[in-house]
Design a protein around this ligand. Structure first.
Ligand SMILES: [Zn+2]
Length: 630
């Protein structure tokens, strides 16, 4: 037993059968029913002293039988809670109750859970079943349940590692950060955070617009990384492929450490990675990794809620904060060396309220260094207001519908597509647009379903709608496209709005629609998200009228006669003004700002403006450059 576990159990009555770690959390198993029911105050005393989370659970020997427990649960929980599944994890003495209305399982101030606990000795965990059935959510949960034994050992090993140096003297401390991808570019975001005790990857993405291997992936072959298993942890800000697309590959290469992220990020990252593999198969190229590697990522995931503080190595403690960018997107606050240095890595942020999400948080307990994106970082990236952009869209859409055209909105499956779906649904519902069908193709529907599983991560207004049984994702106006036949019917039918992935016309359903709709002058395509240099979307956006689907010969030739428009005010990224405001209203103020995730000129432009306005040191690392923070 490690020192910390021993010191805790020595402090308690002799009724603790086992003490283990679940990541940074400590779990005690007691064989005394009496202590299980009444021991909380004693445990709380220890928590206050050592400032670590401790959970008390019952030892296997005193648990009620599974049958009896299920009966008790169904007896106590009101029927309106709509329990969909009850799953027992005997290794951890926990029982997962999946329900459509988790609040009714919990009861007032947890009263129902408490009753279940005291009468069965099992520790109940409540999970929301998505309002729209989601195969991927079910699949991921079943992978986790099926690997209970493995997970218990894996989480215990992480705990041991975190607490090895718990009492040891502090060694000479330094902190440095290396840009492995995303330096002066959009795509393949990846940083290595390095201290004497820890090696952490912050994001590990691919560059979807690059076709060459050397440009597509972060520089993981640098000497600082060496053996992949010397990496202690990977932390993912959000589920876009340019931030997490390479994570399953790490597992393919033998990495067996944890990946930290929010639960929606885990689900969507797995979904996007599976799609990435499928697209590769369809293009008859061999995929970078297989679904087994994606399963390894899920098996080794540790999910955190916003605001949950967690040690991940002996000298690094992290907290995730809302980034406002897409469902589950997080900024990572990293406390290094027990307060010696505080770093915030923003990933992609939106510092404005949208329909789907609240704005990015910019108040932190402490911050010395900030890493900020600059997708729209140049002086010229003044985005029009949301309202202006929304009105412009309505105007464009109306004209297209009048001339009997179809409207194609290529979207990233995640985040932006949901925002667009909610906006278009509202316009049709309240009569701003004629009652035409709104089709969702590609994986947008699946991600809508994941949205309904995690209302706690949505904006307060959408969350309230969901809690009041008025879930906007369930609107009758939103129609799912499930088969090639349906796609054909849509193309042959009347005016409609089609929201389809991918956002940059880089494969996926949007390209199929584009091929069919491009030569119709009555049709309209509206780009609303970032188009990477070199992507098909960027070329259409820039006005090319004769285009080959792939840049090398052999691609299909497309003649573009449809109306091409760009609406930039609806981005899931902060515009220039929002980036500047995010920093100027930040509390406390960082001493150093590192700018990444933008074309070179935009990074440099934002850096010089931030320096002039805030008198703060800025740097714009190229890939492979290292900055010493301490
Ligand atoms: Zn993103």
């Amino acid at each position: 037993m490690t020192d910390i576990l021993k010191s805790i159990t020595d402090d308690l009555p002799k009724v603790i059968e086992d003490a283990t770690f679940e990541g940074a959390n400590i779990v005690l198993y007691t064989s005394s029913k009496e202590f299980f029911k009444t021991g909380e105050p004693k445990i709380k005393e220890i928590v206050d002293r050592i400032k670590k989370r401790i959970e008390l659970r019952a030892d296997k020997s005193i648990l009620a039988s599974e049958n009896e427990t299920e009966k008790t649960i169904r007896g106590i929980v009101p029927e309106e809670a709509e329990i969909t599944n009850i799953i027992f994890d005997i290794q951890r003495s926990t029982v997962v109750i999946e329900a459509k209305k988790p609040g009714l399982v919990i009861g007032k101030q947890g009263s129902i859970l408490n009753d279940i606990k005291k009468s069965t000795m099992w520790s109940p965990v409540v999970q929301r079943s998505p309002a729209i059935p989601s195969l991927i959510v079910e699949k991921i949960r079943s992978v986790l349940y099926a690997n209970n034994n493995y997970r218990r050992k894996f989480l215990n090993d992480i705990g041991k590692k975190i607490y090895t140096d718990w009492t040891s003297e502090k060694m000479d401390m330094w902190v440095r950060i290396t840009a492995l991808g995303g330096g002066r570019q959009v795509g393949r975001s990846c940083f290595l955070l390095h201290t004497p005790n820890s090696k952490i990857l912050l994001d590990c993405g691919i560059n979807p617009a690059a076709s060459e291997g050397s440009e597509k992936f972060p520089y993981l072959n640098v000497s600082e990384i060496g053996d992949i298993n010397t990496i202690d942890a990977v932390i993912i800000t959000h589920a876009h492929l340019d931030h997490c697309g390479l994570v399953p590959y790490l597992y393919k290469m033998g990495y067996r450490g944890p990946t930290y992220m929010t639960a929606p990020t885990r689900d969507i990252a797995a979904l996007l990675a599976l799609d990435f593999v499928e697209v590769a198969y369809k293009q008859a190229s061999s995929p970078l990794y297989k679904s087994d590697d994606i399963r390894e990522m899920v098996r080794h995931s540790i999910c955190l809620d916003y605001g949950e503080v967690t040690d991940i190595t002996p000298d690094i403690r992290i907290t995730l904060y809302n980034a406002g960018h897409v469902l589950g997107s997080a900024q990572i606050h990293i406390n290094i060396g027990n307060g010696l240095h505080n770093l915030v890595y923003g990933g992609d942020t939106k510092y404005a309220k949208t329909r789907l999400l609240d704005p990015a948080v910019n108040y932190f307990p402490r911050i010395e260094t900030l890493i900020i994106e600059s997708t729209y970082g140049s002086k010229n990236d003044i985005l029009p207001s949301r309202q202006e952009a929304e009105e412009k869209f309505i105007e464009l859409a109306k004209k297209t519908i009048e001339r009997k055209g179809k409207i194609l909105l290529p979207e990233l499956g995640l985040g932006h597509a949901q925002e667009t779906a909610l906006r278009v649904e509202e316009a049709v519902r309240i009569g701003k647009l004629p009652k035409i069908p709104v089709y969702l193709d590609g994986m947008i529907w699946d991600i809508n379903a994941i949205n309904t599983a995690y209302p706690d991560f949505l904006s307060s207004s959408i969350r309230n709608q969901v809690f009041q049984d008025n879930n906007p994702f369930l609107s009758d106006f939103l129609k799912r496209v499930g088969s090639p036949t349906e796609r054909k019917e849509i193309l042959e039918g009347g005016p409609c709005i089609i929201i389809a992935t991918s956002g940059m016309l880089a494969g996926g359903a949007s390209v199929e629609y584009f091929k069919q709709l491009a030569d119709g002058p009555n049709n309209l395509i509206v780009f609303q998200c970032y188009q990477a240099v070199g992507s098909l979307g960027r070329r259409v956006q820039e006005g090319e009228k004769e285009i080959y689907t792939s840049q090398d010969s052999g691609g299909e030739k497309i003649i573009v006669k449809m109306q091409v428009e760009t609406l930039s005010g609806l981005s899931a990224h902060s515009g220039r003004n929002e980036l500047m405001q995010y920093v100027s209203r930040m509390n406390p103020k960082p001493k150093k700002i590192i700018i990444n995730h933008g074309e070179s000129s935009k990074c440099l432009d934002l850096a010089s403006s931030l320096y002039r306005l805030n008198r703060v040191e800025t740097s714009v690392p190229k890939n492979l450059e290292t900055i010493r923070l301490k």
